[in-house]
Write a protein of this length. Structure first.
Lengths: 259, 398
């Protein structure tokens, strides 16, 4: 289903929000690279759910508000937004940096959160196993690290990005660095509060993830023991691109089960 | 005009094989290639070269700061300047510069600079820099906050130097309950502040502000860029701030090599200058330009760069043609620098007389020759030799 895309006014400033579908409410929180638009994954999810895909403040088309300094600010912003939009029973799906954001929300308040899906999430650190250094990689290195299927990486690299795309990449890169330059894509204090995550949680990961190693799936499960875990073979850091049907099924079944 | 000798203090040349085996000369070049015995020997020879400058009548000697790279062995320019403080008598000691904003506590640097100023009886010049992008890979300082930390660190340091203490400094990035420096700087109100740059309108607009009027030092760029930036300083002072900037607010720097003839100078300088530009600046673009450190325009080039290495190979002829460097007989060098001064009117020239892989004897020869056969002609230059500044009628400021 095609989404409406609009700039909405919130307490924290303007926000670009894509929304489509009917059913249980699903909030997708994007990663450091943002979203290029309405992806096939969103299309499929919006067949069964009321799907919201915002550009985080300072990412994509959402302007940078004065108040934004750190990931906790975004967590409070989204908790406020859920109240403002009068959303109830929200199923949060966070990808990569969006997973970290979802966890920062969950440890603060799960009052309106019905379930949590962590997709190749960052936010904690396994000593000796850092997240790949996205900020120093060349475009070739980045694409090859993102996808298990090197043909997809090659096709992406062969494409000449539009000026709008380049602007989006620059904006998102800068915004991600603001939140995650140091400590690099994690909050050293997060893991000691992860016991507060009590909503049904699932952990989804690509077995070949070269940005955030699949070892993190186990690590998150240590802190959130009730979480279930699904690992997709032959998938990289964006499993919903490489394993679209499988990831859609995992999310849909999990959300339906917990609605 | 005042003449200052600037030293980068590079580690002696690593083999081409070692360099080819690494994707960067900075940050990640393994320090197993550092030999402390070589380091000891090199530091002392370099310090000897700078001390020699004081004896030869240079107006100043200058040191700088870079981290975790054989490109320069001065992670702390305060240490280098301190080593020089008591061994030199007349020349200024310029720290070009200190990266105050990389520190979690710039007040420590304010204290250290004040100490050097006291020990030398007011011979310190303090440079304020942000460090190059690679520095942000080392300390974890957020490059997105680089500018705001830079400005705030400056405010903290200058207030610490000038405002009667104790007082509280209540900033966004720095918060200090008691600012109350012992010692206060020797120079009043504080040591001269220079802003070394590779070319930045933002830095110029900040330095030229009537509250500051700091010296802007254009370093290691083609002459055309020096024309653009130094004139921009005079232009912005006039058009935005309503005053005429003086030549005292402008400096210009470049590597210089002098020998009997132009041919001999080119031949002797070639391996060292080409090493400096082609080998020792090797690093991935993402390392040099972390997000937020630089303008969105530069960032666009980085995210679309197909090559993993920024440096295009340069020959000494190309660099000399662009006047990034000044190489030749004393007559050639005087002629070129007199011409640069004639068009730009800067009050300070910063000469890098050791560069790249140059050995000690050759550096001493260059420093001595320059002092004897070039420097007096430069020190005689002043505004009478400058054509003067005319406001451009219409120019797009980018």
């Amino acid at each position: 289903m095609q989404a409406t895309e609009s700039m909405i006014k919130t307490r924290g400033g303007d926000l670009l929000l894509r929304r489509a579908g009917k059913g249980p409410t699903l909030l997708f929180l994007h990663g450091a690279g943002g979203v290029p638009g309405w992806l096939p994954f969103f299309d499929k999810l919006s067949d069964r759910f009321d799907l919201l895909v915002p550009d985080h403040p300072s990412f994509g088309k959402s302007p940078k508000p004065e108040w934004l300094d750190e990931i906790a600010d975004l967590a409070y912003f989204y908790l406020d937004l859920i109240d403002e939009l009068k959303l109830k029973d929200v199923h949060v799906v966070g990808h990569s940096m969006g997973g970290w954001l979802a966890l920062e929300m969950a440890i603060r308040s799960q009052q309106r959160m019905k379930s949590l899906t962590l997709l190749a999430s960052v936010g904690i650190r396994i000593k000796g196993n850092p997240v790949a250094n996205l900020f120093i990689m060349t475009p070739e290195q980045l694409m090859n690290a993102l996808y298990a299927d090197k043909k997809i990486a090659a096709a992406e690299l062969a494409r000449t990005p539009t000026p709008e795309e380049i602007d989006r990449i620059v904006i998102n890169r800068t915004s991600a660095a603001r939140l995650a330059w140091s400590p690099r894509f994690f909050n050293p204090k997060l893991s000691k509060w992860l016991h507060r995550v009590t909503v049904p949680t699932q952990i989804l990961w690509g077995a070949e993830d070269q940005i955030v190693s699949v070892a993190y799936a186990d690590e998150f499960q240590k802190f959130i023991p009730h979480a279930t875990k699904t690992i997709y073979p032959n998938a990289g850091h964006i499993p919903f691109a490489e394993k679209l049907d499988d990831v859609t099924a995992s999310v849909s079944n999990f959300v339906m089960r917990n609605s | 005009m005042k003449v200052t000798m600037f030293h980068l203090m590079p580690y002696p040349r690593l083999s081409d094989e070692v360099i080819a085996g690494q994707n960067s000369y900075w940050v990640t070049m393994p320090n197993s290639h550092y030999d402390p015995k070589v380091g000891h020997d090199t530091y002392n020879k370099y310090l000897d070269e700078l001390e020699l400058c004081d004896e030869l009548g240079y107006d100043g000697i200058a040191v700088n700061e870079h981290h975790q790279t054989p490109y320069g062995m001065m992670p702390s320019p305060v240490v280098t300047a301190s080593a020089l403080a008591r061994r030199t008598k007349k020349c200024k000691i310029a720290i070009l510069g200190s990266a105050f904003c990389l520190r979690e506590h710039p007040l420590t640097l304010a204290e250290e600079h004040a100490m050097i100023d006291n020990i030398t009886g007011g011979r310190l010049i303090t440079g304020f820099v942000r460090g190059i992008g690679a520095e942000y890979q080392v300390f974890g300082t957020n490059p997105v906050l680089s500018h705001e930390r830079h400005y705030e660190a400056h405010d903290l340091v200058v207030q610490a130097w000038t405002k009667p203490g104790p007082f509280a400094f209540e900033g966004k990035h720095y918060h200090v309950e008691y600012v109350n420096l012992w010692p206060r700087p020797f120079q009043q109100p504080h040591p001269p502040i220079w802003c070394p740059s590779q070319g930045s309108n933002e830095t110029i607009e900040w330095a030229a502000h009537p509250d500051r009027k700091y010296l802007y030092l254009q370093n290691f760029n083609p002459f055309s860029a020096a024309v653009q930036y130094l004139n921009y300083y005079r232009e912005i002072a006039q058009s935005r701030y309503g005053y005429a900037a003086t030549s005292a607010q402008l400096g210009f720097g470049s590597p210089v090599y002098v020998a009997d003839t132009d041919e001999q100078a080119m031949a002797e300088a070639r391996p060292h200058i080409e090493f400096l530009f082609n080998k020792s600046l090797k690093m991935p673009p993402g390392m040099l330009f972390p997000p937020g450190y630089t303008s969105p325009k530069s960032m666009r080039q980085i995210v679309t760069a197909k090559s993993s290495i920024m440096v295009a190979q340069k020959t000494i002829e190309m660099l000399a043609e662009l006047r990034v460097i000044v190489v030749g007989s004393p007559e050639t060098v005087i002629k070129q620098l007199t011409d640069s001064h004639k068009h730009l009117g800067f009050s300070n020239f910063v000469a890098m007389l050791h560069f790249g892989s140059m050995g000690h004897e050759q550096a001493v020869k260059n420093i001595t020759r320059f002092a004897k056969d070039v420097m007096p002609a430069l020190q005689a230059l002043d505004d009478r030799n400058y054509v003067g500044f005319e406001m451009p009628k219409a120019r797009a400021v980018n």
